[in-house]
Design a protein around this ligand. Sequence first.
Ligand code: SF4
Ligand code: SF4
Length: 391
Amino acid sequence: MKSNKEKINPMELIIKKSELFSMYGEELTDSEKERALRDFHARRPPRWCGLTVHVTINCPFQCAYCYIEDMGFKFDGPRPYPLSSKELVYAILSNPCFLPSRHGTLIAIGAVSEPFIFPSKALEYLRELAKLGNPIQFSTKQYISKNLAEKIASIAIEYNTPISPLITIITMQKYDILERFAPPPEKRLDSIKNLRDAGLKPVLFLRPLIPGINLDEIEDILEAAKDSGAVGVVIGGFRVTRRIINRLESLGLNTVLIKERLKIIDEKQRNVPLPEKKIAMNKAKKKGLITWASTCCANSWNANVPCPSACFIDGPCTKCPNFCSYPADTPNASEVIKALQELNINAKIKGPRVLMLNYPFKGADMLVRNISRRSVKVVKKFKRSISLASN
Ligand code: SF4
Ligand code: SF4
């Protein structure tokens, strides 16, 4: 099948990264550069959704199902991320796993806190990140006013950078139990409308689906989001820890259906099996919403790029209208090998698969997915040696 997407040039991404790194380096003082290089954004490995960028530390919304406390963050004392926007971008450009540009790494804002607690900080970060051109996605429960939506849209236009808004709504009826410190779902529906009116393509983020708690509301939420202007929906699962179960129970919620799906519940985040996810996706499709099983795909669709996580090879591809396909959307094997050698990564390519023969840094496999738009397998002994070294 012929692709309607621009062809990826792996070497171009590497050259661009080096140019941008030098450019930002010239704009910062030595102490600013040191601060940026010490920051976790400089070495955080990308996840399936992309490279997560933090705008806020801690989150006052205190959602009952939230896992940030299990990650060392708090439900009080929110504060803006300490780096300036240029320091943040410099840190990201120094990350060995990151590649700039529309074909580069997906950027995901809002993983461990609400990014729009401090709207001016969020806009400052968005503006600087947009200069890189990467597909940017933010997830939010904050009310996005008309004015704020227009500001976000104007950043996307000014830098020709795709920005994909994800608006989380998971309940209309139990909002005052599950998310009582966040703006109510009605306000979030207004956010969807405002973002759509501003020219962006808001997507409903229907996650988590919690057995016994919000599954009966799926249809109503999909309907309301569609009516407000959502173009699609990302339907996601639910991860629990002992702390989350205790919190839900302390709020009087029945967790029997969650517990009976898991063999172990402890401090580790564990995925609750969710056969209902497929049913929810079918319902969303019937309502005319584009459906995705992973946020990376909504971000890729919005940017019209083949999914950098290569979901269309071995991920949860829902065959959305982005129509990623092999080999039309994957760069030539010889160009990929050349780019990987430049990054000191040895690999073999066989059709849509890459076998990594070394693993020079944490997250290198996601980088290889990004460059090659193929599935990646790492020779086990290398992956083990790097994780032992980084412990
Ligand atoms: S908004 Fe997100 S980060 Fe904040 S408490 Fe709720 S789930 Fe956690
Ligand atoms: S076609 Fe598949 S892999 Fe590509 S963005 Fe859509 S769902 Fe994801």
